[in-house]
Design a protein around this ligand. Structure first.
Ligand SMILES: NC(=O)c1ccc[n+]([C@@H]2O[C@H](COP(=O)([O-])OP(=O)(O)OC[C@H]3O[C@@H](n4cnc5c(N)ncnc54)[C@H](O)[C@@H]3O)[C@@H](O)[C@H]2O)c1
Length: 391
């Protein structure tokens, strides 16, 4: 062990889908990168002692807690990592900030704009490092797309077009998991997956000025049940419950720089498991990306010779592609879990350097303003401005 490394002692709340992704990522950071931070999986927190002990053993955590307040109170914890459902984020994050802990939380930041604002104010007031887990920013191909745009290689941007399509709730017998209850999740496909597309849009193209949208719920009642790891659900009752969120959303957006934006998010797009895509068209060229083929970036340049014009497919595994050089020789591809390794690498390094990484709670708050405007617009059949002045 390199003695100059700084221990970053993590306490994580939740241990299912994202719990696994984050646990794995912390462990791989020093394996592939040369961080200043030495991430230590200090304590894992869950409500069921036996289950959390089993998860801690499997994922390599040193100890467990069954009450997140106890976890936050521990002096041997520097970072609180929140990988619980959305309705818990605000209370945990604010308590963690008050205790002086650095915070990484899963997305969306909160259930409402009001909660998101309080979370942002708490981390700013207590001067802790904060980050939100929009992991798709950290895919090498996406980072490279950002580089091309920033270098002006696409020129003025005309279009941002995003789809985030899943189909895991298509079966009417799929249970009423937390993701389908507004009081736990805030919104449906919109906040669960659309929030990622909004983050990518802000990262790649810039701020959104106004939106209009429509939402739909296709299946209004489902058997009661809960998440059962990954995106699986388990029915646990004969009773039916009401779905209180959108199953699908379509959004039109005008960006501050004049870009014309269209978005669609659905969990009813049969055959699409995790089809998170964007295409950006500029005056000098285009880029397009698809999470299901995440190592590739399709690139088109108008100044290519006429006879060979067309999208070219670049495999983003070269040293030139952000993060990719830390892994294998070119062409030896990486996967979903690497996006978390990169994001959490940036986070733990920022904790050591005591600087603010990106995306942070301010990004989460702005994202929440946009989610809220989209919901209002769908309700009123109106255009809604994004009220940045409330920041
Ligand atoms: N970044 C991404 O791509 C991505 C992907 C999936 C989920 N998420 C987000 O991650 C978070 C967790 O989602 P998930 O899919 O891991 O959920 P999950 O249902 O698989 O796991 C949730 C975990 O939280 C625990 N939990 C639930 N309620 C709790 C409470 N009140 N107090 C303490 N612990 C509680 C559960 O026991 C479980 O361990 C959500 O905010 C979700 O939106 C992000």
């Amino acid at each position: 062990m390199n003695q100059t490394k700084v221990d970053v002692r993590i306490g994580m709340i939740g241990y299912q889908f994202m719990g696994k992704a984050h646990s794995h990522a912390y462990r791989d950071i020093p394996f592939f990168f040369e961080p200043k931070a030495n991430p230590i999986l200090k304590a894992l927190c869950g409500r069921n002692k036996e289950a959390v002990e089993e998860a801690a053993e499997k994922m390599g955590w040193e100890s467990v807690e069954t009450d997140w307040r106890q976890l936050i109170a521990r002096e041997d914890i520097d970072v609180i990592d929140i990988v619980t459902p959305n309705h818990t984020h605000a209370e945990i994050a604010i308590a963690a900030a008050e205790a002086g802990k650095h915070i990484i939380t899963e997305k969306p930041l909160a259930l409402t704009v009001e909660e998101a604002k309080r979370m942002k104010e708490a981390v700013e007031k207590h001067n802790v490092v904060h980050m939100i887990c929009h992991n798709y920013r950290f895919v090498p191909a996406v980072q490279y797309a950002k580089q091309l745009i920033d270098e002006g290689k696409l020129g003025r941007i005309f279009h941002f077009r995003a789809n985030y399509l899943q189909d895991f709730i298509i079966d009417p017998a799929f249970p009423l998991i937390w993701r389908l209850k507004k009081e736990v999740s805030g919104s449906g496909a919109l906040g669960d997956i659309g929030a990622h597309s909004i983050d990518l849009a802000r990262f790649l193209v810039g701020e959104i000025d106004e939106v209009t949208a429509m939402t739909q719920t296709f299946i209004e009642e489902r058997p009661m049940g809960e998440m059962a790891g990954g995106l699986k659900g388990a029915v646990n009752s004969d009773e039916m419950g009401k779905v209180t969120v959108d199953d699908a959303v379509a959004i039109m957006a005008r960006f501050a720089n004049g870009t014309f934006g269209t978005f669609e998010a659905s969990r009813f797009a049969t055959g699409n498991r995790n089809k998170n895509t964007f295409e950006i068209n500029g005056e000098k060229g285009s880029v397009r990306w698809d999470m299901e083929n995440m190592n590739f970036l399709d690139v088109y340049f108008t100044d290519d010779d006429k006879g060979v014009q067309g999208f070219r497919r670049v495999t983003c595994t070269e040293e030139e592609h952000p993060y990719a050089g830390a892994y294998w020789p070119p062409g030896h591809i990486i996967g979903y879990e690497h996006s978390f390794i990169h994001l959490l690498y940036e986070f733990v390094e920022a904790v050591v350097d005591k600087r603010q990484p990106s995306p942070d709670f301010k990004d989460g708050y702005i994202n929440q303003l946009i989610l809220d405007a989209i919901e209002k617009s769908a309700e009123d059949k109106s255009w809604q401005s994004i009220p940045y002045q409330t920041e």
